[in-house]
Design a binder for this molecule. Sequence first.
Ligand code: NFS
Length: 652
Amino acid sequence: MKEKSIDKATLQMMEKAKCDNVCTAFDRAAQQEPRCGFGELGVCCQQCYMGPCRVDPLGKGAQYGACGIDADGIVARNIARNTAIGASAHSDHGRDVAHNLYMTSQGKAQGYEIKDPVKLMYVAEELSVDTSSGDVKKIAAEVAHKCMAEFGKQEGELIMAQRAPEKQKERWRKLKVMPRGVDREIVEVLHMVHMGMDADYRNLLMFAIKAGLSDGWGGSMIATDLTDIQFGSPNPLRSKANLGVLGENTVNILVHGHEPTLSEMIVKVARTPEMKALAKKKGAEDITVAGICCTANEILMRQGAPLAGNYLMQELAIVTGAVESMVVDVQCIMPGITQVAPCYHTKIITTSKKARIPGAVHYQFEEERAVDIARQIVTESIENYSNRKRDRVQIPKESSDLIAGFTTENVFYHLGGKFRPSFKPLNEGMIQGRLRGVVGVVGCNNTKVVHDYNHVNFVKELLKHDVLVVTTGCSAGCLAKHGFLDPEGGLQYCGNGLKEICVAVGIPPVLHLGSCVDNSRILTACIEMVKEGGIGTDLSQLPVAGSAPEAMSSKATSIALYVAASGIAVHFYPPFQVHGSKKVTEYLTSEMEKDFGAYFIFEGDPKKAAQKIIAHLDKKREALKLKPMMYPPLNGETDKKAAEKQAAVSKS
Ligand code: NFS
């Protein structure tokens, strides 16, 4: 049987799960086969109780739903609804962070501080908040208020969308997709997909794009900026990734989900002498707090906490038998974890009123009592250490070194060198042909793809062709585990041009930019490239692209749409469920370029997908009349020869 993952630790835990008689997502997904073809193609409609209806894409059976909607309408409606769900998740996250900042400014949030007043001032000025008083709390309160108001704004344009280059904004205005307010656009799309509303696929797609843009240039951007202000902007730091970070003799607490508010506090509390002493008293050497999914990225980027695993490893982390508690907040949390946990001693602790799971203990998170709640959770986890069933423990050895903590602001600094912070070396690298371009590799794992396979093989192909990779989300988790975020380890995959830049600047060839809301950093980094000059005046002209090679969630749909609508071509796999409509598929994969300057590539083979992206970058380079690439790409069998040739060119 084909292996379901390329990650050794994951495979080892899958084997253990089998021995322990534990069912995981991999098993449950297999039980769902064969899937419904109508659903896969997106032509199943469940908008009203006359349904579910389905349209035969082969043209033999029914061509319309009971109400008369055709395949194009059904497909577009499903994508639009999916986008609204994804955009709402990111945006609600952003709203919660804004609320936390506000509570902190009022002195009502226990244990929180405002850690980056410099960024606070920068954002305040952008939001037209008066900063003359220099009063951090007062300014933070106003910034939080202004950001919260962006969600409910009914008219005008999102303030942060003004960061986009002029050409881009003009395009959005012309197409009437410039978002007014975040909630406004999401609700409008949800209204449109109600039965008996919009049946015009193109119109539906435009409104879905608008909701997506309200996520990328609204909810997500607010989440990133306010998290930086509140918890501190990340800076490059070292840490480790994979299940091997769990301690054989430490109390292991896993934080999982997305919002940084509680997890940051748990890390802080777990590092206090008081808690460490309690752990020792109970026979443990220390306390390990590690993360899963995007919570992992949040605490890694700012606190250097290790990353235990990505999305498809959440249950398998429990299977190690060495996890005292898994503390979850919102999004990407499989209800399956409470089915796995009873086989070991692990406590599943839910903390959000919006995400409760049967079988879990619930501690409602409240800013006012954040430290108390964190202390209670850490204490109970320590108490649970003595319940660990030693004969059921098996922790994989795998753990890779990594560097994380890059941001638009500090990448600036690193690429520019200490004394000349600018994006110039990056742009120059592309102009001179040392660097082909930059690709953001992001997103989830999906049981329909061999776990981590697409991320790894897609990135390998890009690096070989001198493409710098930036990464977020569970893709970052994957690339960290497989050694790409380690400056020494990552270099072995690079073409010589990229290698030269990485060595000169001292960065890995894959830069970890954070969680999925931090995809907004990719947008702001692109803006800086445009500002630096020489490679286009609009994001759609840049030799850049995005990819979610193992996409899973609705949030990925929203991200993909706002990235493409921002002029950045997107590879996405498994594909959007649109193939039941020729028109929708054609729009996304081709016609969209005329409107937005970018389009979608739905390709399952990671090597082929990378080659398509490389061809896209080359097309952009040609249009910009950039110099030809300095070095031939490293290729398969000829890798060694090409490397020698490149080394010779380098020397001369
Ligand atoms: Ni993004 Fe992050 Fe992971 Fe996918 Fe889920 S954790 S917000 S949605 S699965 S990358």
